[in-house]
Design a protein around this ligand. Structure first.
Ligand SMILES: NC(=O)c1ccc[n+]([C@@H]2O[C@H](COP(=O)([O-])OP(=O)(O)OC[C@H]3O[C@@H](n4cnc5c(N)ncnc54)[C@H](OP(=O)(O)O)[C@@H]3O)[C@@H](O)[C@H]2O)c1
Length: 253
């Protein structure tokens, strides 16, 4: 049975990836911070606790690894205080440091350690989930976008570090997802304006970014299929950026 690790599997996209891979016959380990009782479909995979904001949690987590993985998906993220319009845009150093630690520095260390410890005879596809936010920062998204941009660069460093090993390291760069929070917000708006959720989603996408050429939010199943595609490419996926982003960075990038 193939083994997968999903970092950030306790909610939203990560939970979908963990359940979907388990349903397709993978043996899945998934991580998160919330208690298991709050994790959707937790019975379908092995749930382990990991908080990337706490450096001391990394080594005990690494010490529990046995035998390596065929697929590692790094999906965990912190959006920080300002991304979703909460709080002021005033930057606090401690918050910025935590954002960079969770979104870029700890993932780099974690993936580096996991790939270095892979058994020589086990090929591992590593997929790092990133965001189209790296292309358009504003006062709300700047800190989050910069941390994901750092992750994007560090992902290439990992691809280079392990290029001659039995692994590939690719980026799955996503645009606006149909995540539970966004769906709830759109449904609320649709109710208020007595219209359909699909109409509100279309209007939202046109307003959010004029470069989008999609009328629907990106569904989780397409993300899962993209992960499977990247894993199926084997070595050829090393250094690859797979963009499922609604065309958000424009046609020339
Ligand atoms: N949502 C979008 O529209 C969108 C668009 C483009 C790209 N993306 C990317 O897609 C991925 C998934 O996004 P999402 O919106 O589904 O994320 P999410 O709902 O916020 O959940 C992400 C996961 O990260 C975990 N997490 C949060 N803080 C953590 C920490 N300090 N240490 C360890 N794990 C932590 C969460 O665990 P707990 O909940 O248990 O804390 C959860 O399992 C992210 O990489 C994001 O950048 C999302």
């Amino acid at each position: 049975m193939k083994r997968a690790l999903i970092v950030g599997a306790s909610h939203s996209l990560g939970a979908h990836l963990a359940r979907g891979l388990a349903e397709r016959g993978w043996s899945v380990v998934g991580t998160g911070r919330r208690p298991a009782a709050e994790v959707p479909s937790v019975h379908t995979f092995e749930y382990r606790s990991l908080d990337l904001s706490v450096p001391g949690e990394l080594q005990p987590f690494l010490d529990r690894q046995d035998g390596g993985y065929d697929l590692i998906v790094h999906n965990a993220v912190s959006y920080g205080r300002t991304y979703r319009g909460q709080g002021t845009g005033e930057p606090h150093l401690a918050e910025l440091e935590t954002l960079f630690r969770v979104n870029a520095l700890m993932p780099y260390q974690l993936l580096h350690s996991l790939l270095a410890a892979q058994p020589a005879d086990r090929f591992c596809s590593c997929v790092v989930v990133n965001s189209d936010a790296i292309h358009h920062a504003n006062r709300h998204s700047g800190a989050y976008a910069a941390s994901k941009a750092a992750l994007r660069v560090l992902t290439t460093a990992l691809a280079d570090t392990f290029r001659s090993g039995d692994s590939s390291v690719a980026t799955l760069l996503l645009g606006p997802l149909a995540d539970p929070q966004k769906l709830a917000d759109l449904e609320r708006l649709a109710k208020r304006h007595s219209t359909g959720t699909a109409d509100v989603a279309r209007a939202y996408l046109r307003k959010a970014n004029p470069s989008y050429v999609i009328d629907d939010l990106i569904d989780f199943e397409s993300c899962l299929r993209s992960v499977e595609y990247l894993a199926g490419l084997g070595r050829a996926a090393n250094g690859m950026v797979c963009k499922l982003d609604g065309g958000s960075s424009g046609s020339l990038v």
